[in-house]
Design a protein around this ligand. Structure first.
Ligand code: ADP
Length: 747
C-alpha cells in the first residue's frame, strides 16, 4: 500500500510541553488511521520508548477525542537522561522493532529532535548488537532495516530555525499579551512601571512579539542586546520621556535569557532596580513563568498543529527507505518541510552566536522578518518621533477605517501613525470612514494620541459602511485638495476596497483622486482580495473557539447537538476553520450550499452516533450557508428527527465574534501590514506615482499587489476570492471529523 512500507507509526511528545501538542497528536493518529496505518502512542517521551511494555500502545480514533482543546500533552512528556546514553537508545531500538514500528513522529524541541536523529543514525549498529546479544532475532532485525523520522516542533519559545511558528508559541503569546494588558491597566492607574519577564532562554521571539502586540516601552532580548554601553540610562531616558509625553505606565518586557553586549545575563530584578533608582518610584516585577505554557491552545495553535500533524503522516507514508529526517513547519501560511538536522544545526548556531557575542550573526539567523519586527518595535516604543530629515519631502498621509469594525484596526492605525510620524510625515486620522472625507471630519495625530491603541478592540476612528454616491465624490475631492492629502491608507473590508475602486474610476473626473491609495485587509470574514489573511479574523476565530468550548461544557450532563451559527457573510472561512479548531462534525459553507441530501445524511449520522453512545454533536453553520435552510430550520429538523435520542440547541454567536481585544496574531499582522503600507505610500508619493494597491499575505510572503490585478481573482458578486486557499483544507476537515472505523466519533 505504501512506498516506504510503513504500517506502524510511533508518536511521542518530548521535552517541554506546549499547547497544541494534543492537536498535533490527534491529527497524526487520525490521519494515520485514515491512511491505513496503525499509530502507537509512546508515553512520557523517550522514557516510554525505554520502558516499553504498556508505555507503547496503539491508539484508536476515539482515543484522541476530546483532547483538541486541552493544553499540555495527553500522552505525557519527560526528559530522559537514559535516552542520552547509547545503552538507553539501544533499548529504545529493541522496543521499536518489537512493536513493529517503522516510523517515528517526534513532537518536541531541538533536543528531542536531535535525540531522534541520533537514534536513526545508530539504528544499524544497534540492531547488530541486539542480534548479537540475542535480544532480537536476525529476522526481526532484517525486517526493520531503517527508522523513518519526522519532526514537529513543540516549543513555546518559537526558537527553531526553518519554521516561522512552532507549536505553542501563539498560545504562549496569548497568555503573555493578556497578562501584560492587565498589568498595563493597573500600572496606568498608579502611574507605575512594570518589568515583565517572559520565557526564551535563547530566543527573544516571545518578548519581541508581546512587546509589539502590547505597545510596551522597552524590550530586552538575547539575540540583540542594547547596543550602547550605558543602556540602562538610555532605557530610563525613554521611559521618563514617555511619562513626560503623557504615558501613565511603563512596561519593560525582558526575555529570561537576555544578555548585555558582553554576554552577561541581565536579570529582571536588576532592570527593576535600575528603573526604580532612576524614576524614583516603586517598580513591580512580574515573572510570568509556567503560566505561558498553560491553558488551552489558541485557535491558531489548534489549526497549525493539526495541519503539520497531517503533513507529518503524509511525509512518513511517502518517504523512501533512506529518506533524511524532515522537519515539518510553516512558512507564513504554507506547510513546509526541511531537512531536520539542518534546522537543528542552524538553531544551535543561534545559541552559539549569542554565546560568542556575535549578535549580528544571531539576528541574521533569526531571519529578515524578525529583524524587521525588531526595527519596527524600536520605532514604535519611542517616546517621540525622530527629528524629520531635511532632505525628504514631508507628506500628508490620511488613515481611515472602512466597513464593519474588525479587532486589530486600532493596532494598524497606531502602527501606521507612528511609523509615518517617525518618517517626518503628517498623519491625519479620518473619522467614520469615507464620510470623514466627504464632511472634512478628521484630525491630525500626535505621537501620544495613539498610545494604548495597540491592544484596543473596535475602531476608535469610527467606521462606516455607507458607500459614497454622486456629489460625495466632489466633496471628497475637495477635502483631499484643501487638506493637501498626498496619500491614503484604507484599513478595512470589502466596502473600503470597493470605494477605493470607485475613486480610481473617477480619477479622470476628479484629479484629486490621483494619489497613492492602499487597502489594508481588516475584516473578520477574511474574504478580501490579495490576501490569505485579514486582520481581525484570528480574533474572531478565537472568540468562536472559546464560545464553542463553553457551549460544549454546558452539555456534559445531557445528550445534545448544537447548531452553531458563525459570521463570515458569503465567505465560509470562519465556518471551516472553526470546524477544524473545535473538532465539530460538520461545516455548512456558503461556497457549497446545503442540500436536502446533506441534511438527510447528517440526520442519519447524528441518530446513528447518539444511538451508539455519542453525547455531544456540534454542527457549524455559516450565516449565509443557505437562504432557506436556516440555522433555526436545521435545529428544528434535527430536533424532530432525533426524537428521544438527543436534544438540539441552536446558538447564533453574533457580534461577540467581532468584539474583544485583538488577538496577538492580529496585532502583529496589523503592525506588519501597516509597516508595508506606509513604506509603499511614501515611495509612491515621493516618486509622483498614484498607484492603487492592497497589502496581503500570499502563500509564504507578505506582498503588495496592484488592486486591479488582485480584483481579477476576486468574485465581486459573492464578495470573496475566486480561489480560496482554505478550501484546500476541506478534505482534512472532513477526514478528522468522520467517525473512526468501528467507533463513534468524539471531537
Ligand atoms: P527539548 O526537546 O524541548 O529541546 P530537551 O533538550 O530537554 O528538550 O530534550 C528532551 C529529551 O530529548 C531529553 O531528555 C533526551 O531524552 C532527549 N535528547 C535531547 N538531546 C539529546 C541528544 N543530544 N542525544 C540524545 N537524546 C537527546
Amino acid at each position: 500500500m505504501i512506498p516506504g512500507a510503513v504500517k506502524n507509526i510511533g508518536v511521542l511528545t518530548s521535552g517541554g510541553d506546549a499547547q497544541g501538542m494534543n492537536a498535533a497528536l490527534r491529527a497524526v493518529v487520525r490521519a494515520g488511521l485514515d491512511r491505513g496505518a496503525r499509530v502507537f502512542a509512546i508515553r512520557e517521551g523517550y522514557e516510554g520508548l525505554i520502558r516499553g511494555g504498556d508505555q507503547i500502545h496503539p491508539l484508536e480514533w476515539s482515543d484522541v477525542g476530546g483532547i483538541l482543546q486541552a493544553g499540555g500533552t495527553a500522552i505525557g512528556t519527560a526528559r530522559s537522561a537514559e535516552f542520552r546514553t547509547p545503552q538507553g537508545r539501544m533499548v529504545a531500538v529493541k522496543h521499536l522493532v518489537q512493536n513493529n514500528i517503522q516510523a517515528l513522529v517526534v513532537i518536541g524541541g531541538d533536543g528531542s529532535l536531535t535525540g531522534a536523529d541520533t537514534l536513526r543514525a545508530e539504528w544499524n549498529d544497534a540492531l547488530a548488537a541486539l542480534v548479537a546479544q540475542g535480544e532480537l532475532t536476525p529476522e526481526q532485525a532484517a525486517s526493520h532495516p531503517h527508522l523513518l523520522i519526522v519532526g514537529l516542533v513543540g516549543s513555546i519559545d518559537n526558537d527553531m530555525w526553518g519554521t516561522d511558528t512552532t507549536i505553542g508559541a501563539d498560545s504562549a503569546l496569548h497568555r503573555i499579551v493578556s497578562a501584560v494588558d492587565c498589568i498595563s491597566s493597573t500600572a496606568a492607574s498608579h502611574q507605575r512601571a512594570f518589568v515583565v519577564e517572559v520565557m526564551g532562554r535563547n530566543s527573544g521571539y516571545l518578548a519581541l512579539m508581546s512587546a509589539l502586540a502590547t505597545g510596551a516601552d522597552w524590550v530586552l532580548i538575547p539575540e540583540s542586546p542594547p547596543d550602547v554601553e550605558n543602556w540602562e540610562a538610555k532605557m530610563c531616558e525613554v521611559l521618563s520621556s514617555g511619562r513626560k509625553a503623557g504615558r501613565r505606565d511603563s512596561i519593560v518586557i525582558i526575555a529570561e535569557g537576555a544578555v548585555d553586549r558582553y554576554g552577561h545575563r541581565i536579570a529582571a530584578s536588576y532592570v527593576r532596580q535600575v528603573i526604580s533608582d532612576h524614576l524614583n518610584e516603586e517598580v513591580r516585577l512580574t515573572i510570568l513563568g509556567h503560566v505561558q505554557r498553560g491553558g488551552a491552545p489558541s485557535a491558531y495553535d489548534r489549526l497549525m498543529s493539526t495541519l503539520v500533524g497531517v503533513a507529518a503522516v503524509e511525509e512518513v507514508l511517502k518517504a523512501g527507505r533512506d529518506s533524511t529526517p524532515q522537519l515539518i513547519g510553516m512558512d507564513a501560511n504554507r506547510v513546509t518541510k526541511r531537512p531536520l538536522m539542518e534546522c537543528v544545526k542552524k538553531t544551535r548556531e543561534v545559541n552559539e552566536a549569542i554565546a560568542a557575542l556575535d549578535f549580528d550573526r544571531a539576528l541574521d539567523l533569526r531571519g529578515k522578518a524578525f529583524q524587521e519586527d525588531f526595527q519596527t518595535l524600536r520605532t514604535l516604543v519611542r517616546a517621540s518621533p525622530h527629528k524629520p530629515s531635511e532632505e525628504r519631502r514631508r507628506l500628508k498621509i490620511a488613515v481611515m477605517n472602512a466597513s464593519a469594525p474588525a479587532p486589530g484596526m486600532n493596532t494598524a492605525v497606531r502602527a501606521a501613525v507612528r511609523l509615518g510620524l517617525d518618517r517626518g510625515h503628517t498623519m491625519l486620522g479620518v473619522h467614520h470612514s469615507f464620510q470623514g472625507l466627504i464632511h472634512d471630519d478628521m484630525r491630525e495625530f500626535a505621537w501620544m494620541d495613539v498610545d494604548h491603541w495597540a491592544s484596543r478592540g473596535g475602531a476608535d476612528l469610527g467606521t462606516n459602511r455607507k458607500a459614497p454616491v454622486g456629489k460625495d465624490f466632489y466633496a471628497m475631492a475637495r477635502t483631499i485638495e484643501s487638506k493637501g492629502i498626498d496619500a491614503l491608507l484604507v484599513i478595512g473590508g470589502w466596502a473600503g476596497y470597493s470605494t477605493v475602486l470607485q475613486l480610481v474610476k473617477e480619477r479622470d473626473n476628479y484629479p484629486a483622486f490621483n494619489l497613492p491609495i492602499i487597502c489594508l485587509p481588516a475584516s473578520i470574514n477574511n474574504n478580501l482580495p490579495g490576501s490569505e489573511w485579514a486582520v481581525g479574523s484570528d480574533t474572531a476565530l478565537n472568540n468562536i473557539v472559546d464560545a464553542v468550548n463553553k457551549i460544549k461544557q454546558s452539555a456534559v450532563a445531557s445528550r445534545r447537538c448544537f447548531v452553531v451559527e458563525v459570521m463570515g457573510n458569503t465567505c465560509g472561512y470562519l465556518t471551516l476553520m472553526s470546524m477544524i479548531a473545535t473538532g465539530a462534525e460538520r461545516a455548512y459553507l456558503p461556497e457549497e450550499g446545503v442540500t436536502l441530501n446533506d441534511l438527510h445524511r447528517d440526520v442519519d449520522l447524528l441518530n446513528e452516533g447518539f444511538a451508539h453512545g455519542k453525547r455531544l454533536g456540534v454542527m457549524v453553520r455559516g450565516e449565509k450557508a443557505h437562504p432557506l435552510y436556516t440555522t433555526q430550520f436545521m435545529a428544528d429538523l434535527f430536533e424532530a428527527e432525533g426524537g428521544e435520542l438527543y436534544e438540539v440547541r441552536m446558538s447564533v454567536l453574533g457580534h461577540l465574534q467581532q468584539g474583544g481585544d485583538p488577538s496577538p496574531f492580529d496585532r502583529i499582522l496589523a503592525t506588519k501590514f501597516s509597516l508595508r503600507c506606509i513604506g509603499w505610500l511614501e515611495e509612491q508619493a515621493l516618486a509622483g506615482e498614484a498607484g492603487a494597491a492592497c497589502v496581503g499575505i500570499e502563500g509564504d510572503a507578505t506582498r503588495i499587489s496592484d488592486l486591479a490585478d488582485a480584483l481579477r481573482d476576486y468574485d465581486v458578486k459573492n464578495q470573496r476570492p475566486k480561489k480560496q486557499w482554505w478550501m484546500g483544507l476541506r478534505d482534512t476537515a472532513n477526514m478528522l471529523a468522520k467517525p473512526g472505523p468501528g467507533n463513534q466519533r468524539q471531537a
